[in-house]
Design a protein around this ligand. Structure first.
Ligand code: COA
Length: 145
């Protein structure tokens, strides 16, 4: 397993291909909502099993200079429950720390709240609807580098 920060078009398309399978096909999120205006500015990550992209997520600066928002966190169905999500969130947290962020923030689908809680994220909102799916906002503070 190898985790890359996306630096070219091919890797970006690998990220999109996973989101297509997980969010658009599996979770029925409309494509116009799934792909948004932040694709260009976000930092994207892809996890590879050999040459095969198996997981992705992105992050972007949000609200202020110290806060980063994790979004579009997805592992292909057949690779779940094997520590792929854990490996990816650790790499993203380290990358966020290196970039000077001290607050990590995300909107978690309710079913994934326990996943993020495992890594120290705390729920700070009531449940709300996003793309037809119930979410909660979660945050985690990290030490500055
Ligand atoms: N609820 C609670 N705990 C969970 C969980 C969940 N939905 N999914 C995984 N965990 C736990 C695991 O049991 C494991 O704990 P352990 O080490 O004590 O055994 C730990 O979290 C790490 O699990 P891991 O195998 O790395 O997770 P994963 O690779 O299956 O990825 C998701 C988790 C949520 C990213 C994955 O299920 C997924 O892509 N789902 C579909 C897309 C989605 O809904 N994304 C979330 C958008 S907010």
């Amino acid at each position: 397993m190898e985790i890359k920060v996306v630096t070219n078009k091919k890797e970006l398309n690998d990220a999109f291909s996973i989101r297509e399978k997980v969010f658009i096909e599996e979770q029925n999120v409309p494509k116009v909502i799934e792909m948004d205006e932040y694709e260009e500015v976000a930092t994207h990550f892809v996890v590879y099993d050999g040459n095969k992209p198996i997981s992705t997520a992105r992050f972007r600066k949000y609200l202020n200079e110290k806060t980063v928002k994790f979004e579009r966190f997805a592992v292909l169905k057949e690779y779940r429950g094997q520590g792929v999500g854990r490996a990816l969130i650790k790499v993203m947290e380290e990358e966020a720390r290196k970039n000077g962020f001290t607050t990590l923030r995300l909107n978690a689908q309710r079913h994934a709240e326990g996943f993020y809680a495992k890594f120290g994220y705390q729920t700070i909102s009531e449940p709300f609807d996003e793309a037809g799916i119930e979410h909660v906002t979660m945050i985690k503070k990290i030490e500055a580098k």
